[in-house]
Design a protein around this ligand. Sequence first.
Ligand SMILES: Cc1ncc(COP(=O)(O)O)c(C=O)c1O
Length: 404
Amino acid sequence: MSDLSDPGCAAPSEAGPELALETQLVHGGTLRSEFGETSEALFLTQGHVYRTAEECEARFKGEDPGYIYARFSNPTVGMFEARMAALEGAEAARATATGMAAVTASLLAQVRAGDHVVAARQLFGSCRFVIEDLLPRFGVASTLVDGRNLEEWQAAVRPNTKVFFLESPTNPNLDLIDIAAVAEIAHACGSRLVVDNVFATPLWQSPLKLGADCVVYSATKHIDGQGRCLGGVILASQEFIDKHIHTFLRQTGPALSPFNAWVLLKGLETLSLRVRRQTESASIIADALAGHPKVRRLIYPGRRDHPQAELARRQMRAGSTLVAIEIDGGKAGAFRFLNALKIIRISNNLGDAKSLVTHPATTTHERFAPAVREAMGVTEGLVRLSVGLEHPRDLIRDLEQALA
Ligand SMILES: Cc1ncc(COP(=O)(O)O)c(C=O)c1O
């Protein structure tokens, strides 16, 4: 049992690191108070009081590991961080208010004016904004490459390149990027690789084991997975967190609220069950719809006809909870299809227990010029299906009647 009178920011786990993933998801990081509560306690407090001025001084000096202020950390947030670190096999984790706060902090914290960043051009719209628009405003140049083409990554390297950034599978068209190969190129030029692992989830892909230096998640997606709250997390070695992330987060303040951390902890308990079931259903749906006369192209990393099926087998443990479908008839065809769905709802979110469908060209990727969208593979007829926990038979019926 952990002693709450002497908490550490990186909460010690009651579960050992040798335990299976499902056990870590339920017990990892648990800090139990003297009341012996079953469920994780929600410490809804902005700060903490100290027994003496000397203790307070020691906390601020970092000589006493206790909590100080919720912008820095909080016992409930600490439990979430410790459980995420156990799940990812990372030495350290820091939670943030949103996935975008995690992405932005992981990039900004590593660079200064005069540096250069290389990223895949196939990115979620807001991530691409950070790379393409925000960083250059502060004197950090960026180059976008076709993430699938290793020669482009190599050719983009400059003497001042500090960070590489990618997501795989990509949002929304489920391209894959060879994480181990990009990590090798990054390390050869003294750079570091950050991977946004949202689409793969911690269950199906482990970027740190493939050579990445830092992994980020929007916990809003599968980790909550029940449409309730926003959250994010940055995972890396202790050295990386101490050197780049710790002070940046403390001083800039994108902290996760204790309440949301508590919701996310409860989400983690069922993550494995949900993602396994959603992936199974996505795979069944992909097989059922491939070859449908109204489907021009179906992309699913778990299928043998995915253009990078060999890479999927090499770096992922299973497909995905998402399927990308190019509908016949461009935007009009896609809209007719979306509007005809009865169970699957139109939304911009993903990873939820409820199946959700998105038209990226008019939502998540709306701000890009049509030619830029085309280059990212975001066509007018493309829809992104996030498969939920409904019975796959009902989902297939819904999809087929909407296609008809
Ligand atoms: C790949 C990817 N990264 C980051 C984010 C941002 O997450 P959040 O909405 O929690 O800020 C999203 C959101 O859709 C995403 O799809």
